[in-house]
Design a protein around this ligand. Structure first.
Ligand SMILES: [Zn+2]
Length: 426
């Protein structure tokens, strides 16, 4: 591991050394296009509106695996070349809005949330389509539009002039998992603490499987985005602070649920560095966090369980993993339909278990698997998971996606994370 200050010169070197496959070079520039959207609605309906389109300086994602093969996420977007209609990029993702739609509040009022998606900057006109996942797993188009990359109104503002540090450097962003941490609730004179906090997180994450075995494929970046005030909003204490991305505890009235709807500011800051996944580190000793697939992960710096929480949240945000717990207080109602196999790789309704971790379960292990001493340390199918006590099953008695006390990720979660690392880095 070595530390370097990232600058334009090193970026140009990356670009010059890049060994891109034909498709990427044919269709894309080595920069990002960002589409900012508003998702609005209630429990029963949703609509999508275009806010604006931006050009950003870095593309940190894969240049080989451009079309999604994993099928994760409640939403999905596709980019097609307009002239040939060829599918040239797609990804799945999740949103804070979709979680809100399962709360009690969504039965009685309409609300809107910011949402952003990024993809490599197209060279020619493309057709952008945003899909929602239907209950049966098929997709329904919510928005389709043509984007001309030469449109004069695509915003090309300079990114903020924040210090960017590559804390763990294993190679070019195109071939690595780039986990990019941005500072939240750190004042300008607290940036040495921020960098030390990110390093502590990185060292812990890289000590845990499957990241430990794959650490040569992972970069860690720190973007030193200053806040006017320290820490984060805490509504239950009537504490309100002015911070870089406006994070707050008590999301959906759950004290430990730390989130922000200000994904616009998050993306503006993260644009300072290449990234595959954005991690927001909040300068606080309070317990809390959140992680949403292909959106961002967020956690605090100084609670005694902060490292375990951040690892768990990145499991959601980067790995698309579900929560394996089912007894804690959450705001969600009927989060999973028991008649449908969920897309998350670490829970099952047994509707299509063959598509999940069946290969990890010994044929002598009963399905469902009783929670007993005999099966304590093996892969099985244990009832309870995904906030649901009955009808949703998890792969292990305990796992980092269930508790902070677990030793680490269960084998099914490790396998899913390894698959994601390979998809991003191949
Ligand atoms: Zn697990």
């Amino acid at each position: 591991m070595r530390t370097v200050i990232f600058g334009i010169i090193s970026y140009l070197l990356f670009a010059a050394c890049s060994n891109a496959q034909t498709d990427f070079d044919k269709y894309f520039e080595n920069q990002s296009m960002r589409v900012d959207l508003i998702l609005g609605g209630n429990k029963h309906m949703q609509s999508v509106y275009l806010l604006e389109i931006k050009q950003e300086p870095f593309w940190g994602g894969s240049i080989n695996n451009l079309v999604d093969e994993l099928g994760y996420g409640e939403y999905h977007f596709t980019i097609r070349n307009k002239e040939s209609d060829e599918l040239i990029y797609s990804r799945g993702f999740c949103t804070l809005f979709e979680e809100w739609r399962t709360t009690e509040e969504a039965k009685s009022i309409n609300k809107a949330f910011y949402q952003t998606v990024t993809f490599p900057y197209p060279k020619e006109e493309v057709i952008f389509t945003l899909n929602e996942r239907r209950k049966d797993g098929s997709y329904n188009a919510l928005l389709t539009m043509v984007i001309n990359p030469d449109d004069t109104n695509i915003r090309k503002e300079k990114v903020p002039d924040y210090e960017v540090v590559k804390l763990v450097d294993n190679g070019e962003p195109a071939n690595m998992v780039d986990l990019t941490f941005i500072a939240e609730g750190y004042q300008l004179d607290e940036m040495d603490k921020f960098k030390a906090d990110v390093k502590r997180m990185a060292d812990y994450i890289l000590s845990m499987e499957p990241y430990k075995s794959q650490q040569h494929k992972i970069n860690f970046w720190a973007v030193c985005s200053p806040s006017i005030d320290s820490e984060a909003d805490n509504p239950r204490r009537d504490k309100w602070v002015n911070t870089a991305v406006n994070s707050s505890f008590n999301t959906f009235y759950i004290d430990r649920y730390l989130e922000t709807g200000d994904v616009i500011s998050i993306r503006d800051i993260a644009a300072c560095a290449p990234y595959d996944h954005i991690c927001v580190l909040v300068n606080s000793d309070k317990y809390g966090g959140g992680g949403i697939y292909n959106h961002f992960s967020i956690g605090t710096s100084d609670h005694p369980s902060a490292r375990e929480v951040m690892l768990h949240e990145i499991g959601h945000g980067f790995g698309g993993l579900a929560d394996e717990y089912y007894t804690s207080d959450v705001a969600y109602q009927n989060f999973f339909d028991l008649n449908v196999e969920p897309w998350q790789p670490n829970i099952t309704t047994l509707v299509n278990f063959d598509s999940k971790w069946k290969h990890l379960v010994d044929p002598s292990t009963p399905i469902p698997t009783p929670v007993s001493k005999k099966y304590e340390d093996v892969s099985g199918v244990f009832e309870g998971g995904g906030y649901v006590e009955k009808g949703v099953y998890r792969p292990a008695v305990n796992c980092r996606m269930k508790t902070n006390e677990a030793e680490g990720f269960c084998p099914a979660c490790q396998a899913a994370l390894t698959k994601m690392i390979e998809f991003v880095t191949d």
